[in-house]
Ligand binder design. Sequence first.
Ligand code: SAH
Length: 403
Amino acid sequence: MRQVRPRTEGWQQKKDAEGRPLLQFASPKRGKPPVHLADLTPEERVAKVKDLGLPGFRAKQLEKHYFQHWTHDPAAMTDLPASGREEFVHGMLPPLLTEVRRLETDRGDTIKFLWKLHDGALVESVLMRYPGRITLCVSSQAGCGMNCPFCATGQAGLTRNMSAAEIIEQIVRANRLIADGGLGGKKRDDHSAERVSNIVFMGMGEPLANYARVMQAVRVMTDKEHGLGMSARGITVSTVGLVPAITKLANEDIPVTFALSLHAPDDTLRDELIPVNSRWKVDEALDAARAYFDKTGRRVSIEYALIKDMNDHAWRADLLADKLNARGRGWVHVNPIPLNPTPGSVWTASEVSVQNEFVRRLNDAGIPTTLRDTRGKEIDGACGQLVATTEDEAAAAATPNED
Ligand code: SAH
């Protein structure tokens, strides 16, 4: 049986003092993005409006413009007093994202956005229309500190945490584009709402390493009165396995969908493939995932990128099934993803027959398993492919910040 080991070619994985893959949990210090309505609680918004010299009820009007009409254009806000309007709106809704590039594929129903943040950091989001739903894959950090060798985002390390409003603004901008008819592929018999219905935290970054801001963003997404009013079940938080944060998430009163990026059922391989496995082992991560189900009643999802001769062996499918079944029935499903190519990667996706056998074994063992349909490979917008290229950097340098 062939066993390919994780190694990298064409780029160097950063190492810590002990020679292990570097893990970055803390966000490097950079200038903070301006505070925005979406960073604040409803009470704090009212206080800030008053600080700016207006009566508190103006906060509600701004919330409506921003979260329901997806605009931060003062000219559109004719219900606000004309005098001082621009300064006021700018103070509450400062510009956060400048669109640098937009790439489309699948006849216009998949769009990748490249955004420049106020300090020049670059992030991406991917918008996808499916029958009956529209999903946005959002970034939660510029770069990522988890250093997984098969994921392009980790190669450059962590630039910084994103603010809650920088996360929310990705959705607002996508909703605006959809409202303007910019997302193709709508079928005539599709009567679902024309706005983002599902969020996956599967863009750049490790969401649970930016816990407080991600949770503030989730609260704004789900708040019906003061936010976007989305359903929590339509929001998926995906993690490489930060166990204490998984436990914390389970204790929040927001039943989001939880996904664990496992990729190997044995510590021997996972230690090499997922650097954070040096902190929290396979069994601990699975116990935390099971506890998430107990607490929330939400079925959890296990992500597994199928890599040829690395983690796709039949015995690993069986071991995974055993470990999941040992923790009970009906609490989990498995989502294998054929590996997407990344620059400098020496690995490839599994053969189709091997992939099918992997899926079959799990299903036969009673674990619902469905292959993830991956989108956006042609525009480097698929899982694990999000990274700012030199072309992106050049385009960003040539784009002035929006105001
Ligand atoms: N940091 C989070 C979320 C971002 S990645 C996490 O690790 O879960 C979203 C998913 O894409 C993860 O399951 C990740 O392991 C997977 N992924 C990363 N690189 C990939 C690649 N090259 N091909 C397929 N999936 C990949």
